[in-house]
Design a protein around this ligand. Structure first.
Ligand code: ADP
Ligand code: MG
Length: 334
């Protein structure tokens, strides 16, 4: 009985993502408007339904009043605005699982590993090991559940061209995994600018039709946004876009019961954020949407110190991890 209910729920969730009606079918959307919407990245009903009229008008050049009507129609068509009972949310939360980081110390710090249905943010200065951790998580997700993995595929949005298949091979071998199989399970999308990155976030759901994706990585979450929106005048626009992107990522995690791991830099520009050079980019927007924030800093001889910051229900604390050719591990007991 419970099993059947679960199946129905998954069915509904899939329907939500795979809606058959297209944006051309919306009242008031002609060919030209549909074209404009598509060009601006509003290709499916759900993306439109959750858009704000102002955003939509701004990026597509459609008048705000019309944008508002289109969004209203998309909401009806996409059947959003459904309420969930506490029981349903509880049931969904029961599905939360954890992915190992390959370091017991770091797993413990995170209450067992990185969680599904949440965003885990790793931030720190250049060379602090963020990309290494993302590679390790990608490898780990392909491992069977008994070994702390998801036995799943991985989607990695690579914004800085730092994905290295050679590292995946090294880390896979260290775990006794078949490197070729692991590489086949990791789907990498280069994002060339922030707009492209947002689009990839929105499109992530499509890949799940073909592959069982349970881990979504964005490395780096903020680099494009940071370089494209430099001056103070563009800050609010940047924050708005980042906010939308973060919510797309979180939605993916929730619908597909996937873990979402992102990296972030610290600001080296004391004029921009509160004068703290170790503050992560993106300020409150990123901070409020990420469920777990881990601050990484370099230590001696390949060691890194990971500090859990601002967790809703875990105590603050630190873990020391080792970065080596084999990947992430605990510090070797000498
Ligand atoms: P970032 O935080 O900028 O993403 P990275 O994750 O790229 O930093 O970390 C780079 C560091 O990882 C290097 O300085 C080095 O210490 C370590 N590292 C990278 N590759 C290897 C390797 N094959 N063997 C040992 N350490 C490595
Ligand atoms: Mg990096």
């Amino acid at each position: 009985m419970a099993e059947k209910k679960k199946e129905e729920k998954v069915d509904n969730e899939e329907k939500e993502v795979q809606k058959q009606i297209t944006i051309d079918d919306l009242p008031g959307v002609g060919e030209a408007t549909a074209e404009k919407l598509r060009e601006s990245g509003y290709e499916d009903m759900m993306t439109l339904a959750v858009a704000s009229p102002k955003d939509l008008a701004q990026v597509s050049g459609i008048a705000e009043g019309i944008a508002s009507k289109i969004i209203g129609a998309a909401r009806k068509a996409a059947d959003v605005g459904n309420f969930e009972t506490g029981e349903e949310i509880m049931e969904r939360r029961r599905g939360v699982t954890k992915l190992t980081t390959s370091s017991k110390a770091l797993n413990d710090l995170l209450g067992g590993g990185i969680e599904t249905q949440a965003i885990s943010e790793f931030y720190g200065e250049f060379g602090s090991g963020k990309t290494q951790i993302m590679h390790q998580l990608a490898v780990d997700a392909t491992m069977p559940v008994e070994k702390g993995g998801f036995g799943s595929h991985v989607l990695m949005i690579d914004t800085e061209n730092t994905f290295r298949p050679e590292r995946i091979v090294q880390m896979s071998k260290a775990k006794g995994l078949d490197p070729e199989e692991v590489l086949k399970s990791i789907h990498v999308a280069r994002a060339y600018n922030s707009h492209h990155q947002i689009l990839l976030g929105e499109k992530a759901a499509e890949l799940t039709k073909e592959f069982p994706i349970r881990l979504l990585i964005v490395d780096s979450l903020t680099a494009h946004f940071r370089s494209e929106y430099m001056g103070r005048g563009t800050l609010s626009e940047r924050q708005q876009l980042l906010n939308r992107h973060m919510h797309d990522l979180l939605k993916f995690g929730t619908i597909f019961n996937a873990a979402v791991a992102v990296t972030n830099q610290v600001t080296a520009r004391p004029d921009v954020f509160f004068g703290d050079p170790t503050a992560p980019i993106g300020g409150n927007i990123v901070g409020h949407t990420a469920t777990f924030r881990v601050y990484l800093r370099k230590s001696k001889a390949g060691k890194r110190i990971a500090r859990l910051v601002d967790s809703p229900y875990l105590p603050e604390g630190e873990a020391v991890i080792q970065v080596s050719e084999d990947g992430i591990s605990d510090i070797e007991a000498a």
